[in-house]
Design a protein. Structure first.
Length: 117
């Protein structure tokens, strides 16, 4: 099983980025999908979670209304659309999967997002 993030980079405040997580080896419907982030000197925090395509989502208060998590079952992809980015969104962003029944957890290697003028 593997999670590979992409799409990070440098963006100005107010800009947008879309992060992608390419998954392999998973039975997509058997997992809950999330994005986490970790800023320098801070603990890793949960950003967004989705249970299935078109299913329920949950967001950290700090990103509600700006970020959108989605999944594409056919392509085995997980996305995080980030709009109205702020400097405090600067962090390494990680794709995460948890087995619904097994409870096993999987992490990607992370992708850096830097919001700066």
């Amino acid at each position: 099983v593997q999670l590979v993030e992409s799409g990070g980079g440098l963006v100005q405040p107010g800009g947008s980025l879309r992060l992608s997580c390419a998954t392999s080896g998973f039975t997509f419907s058997n997992h809950v999908w999330s994005w986490y982030r970790q800023a320098p000197g801070k603990e890793r925090e949960l950003v967004a979670t989705i249970t299935r395509a078109g299913g329920s989502t949950d967001y950290a208060d700090s990103v509600k209304g700006r970020f959108t998590i989605s999944i594409d079952n056919a392509k085995n992809m997980v996305y995080l659309q980030m709009n109205s980015l702020k400097p405090e969104d600067t962090a390494v962003y990680y794709c995460y999967a948890r087995g619904r029944f097994s409870g096993m957890q999987y992490w990607g290697q992370g992708t850096q997002v830097t919001v700066s003028s």
